[in-house]
Design a protein around this ligand. Structure first.
Ligand code: PHE
Length: 412
């Protein structure tokens, strides 16, 4: 797949379209056949408008998430810089780029990709459901489906040619709140399918492609290793770890595309085989710059943005003091912590740095059957200014109110 020569008009086009910085010319070798495909989904448009009109907490939250900027397409942001490096890797010279909807049918995301019926990703406590049938995409891997709908791609398959593409952008997952995680983050996926006449893809090719990613992002001296992993849609599967300052950090999930999934996507798996990978971009940015807080990637403070360059050791801009509040309550055992974290974030927005569980226990004599006591510590901190008690107290009051009203908890 090594690219032959550079094509400058194409480089310029891509630079403009993606609004990301491209490394110096000698490092770029993009092939003629790299195409950008944008999937227009009237269904997504309609659903976005519906969400935007909602006034309930879930709807307003999802609407806020959808409206957040896509940092993988924000000029100068390290998230975009990582994407640029991967796209510019000569190894991937001839892959297309596809932009897919962010609201996708659950049936596509889970059924077509062989997720078992009881897989946690299907649950409403892990994934944001727009309605019973649609979700905010949980990974960019869902692009497989959209890519194979493209007419030109289908024509290439009909002509027994290889196909493959990258897809990157925002993804959404319900999660805990801490300095390394946000419910909205960014991923990049890539895959490559070849007919037997060209190549039968197995672990060797998979490993080669991963080596290319490791070098593209971390440079030629990077040390990486692969461990066994499992994903519903690949087999065998691996996770790649890279060594960063004596620490092994898990960065990429990948595997050989499962024949059963290819068949469901309309590709003859007795002829085509392929490799695929996908990973979150924030973690790479965080380790590369030693960022103390994921929210810094979204900062507009020039003292922060000036420093946000891959490989640049981040120097804390005078860390502002936190305000800490604990809350204890007793609730029924149907309490879903991820619902609670969403609620806290709705009220505290980006002032909430972390919510940690201090204590959790049952005591039948004291609370009765089917009840649990929780104590959470909420740490409020701004990256831009010193918070005042006058500002935080009303937020904390609202959280207490919602804890009682929404979660039917007895606050202690
Ligand atoms: N989608 C997986 C994730 O989100 C990564 C992955 C992509 C794994 C493609 C295998 C193949 O972690």
């Amino acid at each position: 797949m090594r690219a032959g020569r550079s094509n400058w008009s194409l480089v310029w086009l891509i630079t403009k379209r993606l609004r990301v910085r491209i490394p110096p010319p000698q490092q770029i070798r993009l092939k003629m056949c790299m195409r950008e495909i944008v999937i227009e989904s009237p269904e997504e448009k309609k659903l976005r408008a519906e969400v935007a009109a909602r006034t309930d907490a879930d709807g307003m939250r999802m609407s806020r998430f959808l409206g957040m900027p896509d940092l993988s397409r924000t000029e100068g942001n390290p998230i975009a810089e990582i994407v640029t490096r991967i796209l510019a890797s000569p190894y991937f010279g001839d892959l297309d780029i596809i932009t897919t909807p962010e609201i996708v049918p659950a049936s596509v995301s889970f059924d077509l990709f062989d997720f078992p019926a009881d897989h946690p990703a299907r649950s409403r406590s892990d994934t944001y459901y727009i309605n019973d049938e649609h979700i905010l995409r949980t990974h960019t891997t869902v692009m497989w489906y959209y890519y194979l709908q493209d007419e030109e791609v289908r024509a290439r398959i009909a002509a027994n040619k290889p196909v493959g593409c990258f897809s990157f952008g925002k993804v959404y997952r319900r999660d805990e709140i801490d300095r390394n995680h946000m419910n909205v983050f960014h991923q990049i996926d890539g895959w490559y399918l070849a007919p037997k006449a060209v190549k039968t893809i197995g672990v060797k090719e998979l490993e080669e492609s991963l080596g290319a990613i490791a070098t593209a992002v971390f440079g030629p001296d990077v040390k990486y290793r692969l461990n066994e992993d499992t994903f519903p849609y690949t087999h065998p599967s691996r996770e790649m770890e890279v060594q960063i300052k004596d620490k092994w950090v898990e960065v990429v999930g990948c595997g050989v595309v499962k024949g059963s999934v290819l068949e469901k996507l309309g590709v003859d798996s007795s002829n085509y085989t392929g490799w695929a990978f996908g990973f979150g971009l924030e973690r790479l940015a965080i380790v590369s710059m030693n960022l103390p807080d994921i929210r810094l990637l979204w900062s507009k403070d020039p003292r922060v943005t000036r420093q946000l360059k891959l490989g640049n050791e981040f120097k804390e801009v005078s860390k502002f003091p936190p305000i800490t509040r604990d809350i204890s309550f007793v609730v029924g055992n149907d309490f879903v912590p991820n619902d609670y974290f969403d609620c806290i974030r709705d009220l505290g927005d980006d002032l909430v740095e972390e919510v940690s569980l201090l204590d959790k226990y049952e005591n039948k004599e004291k609370f009765g059957e089917g009840k649990t006591s929780y104590t959470y510590r909420i740490v409020y901190r701004s990256n831009e200014r010193t918070l005042t008690v006058e500002e935080i107290n009303p937020i904390q009051e609202k959280i207490i109110e919602e804890t009682k009203e929404k979660f039917h908890a007895e606050v202690r």
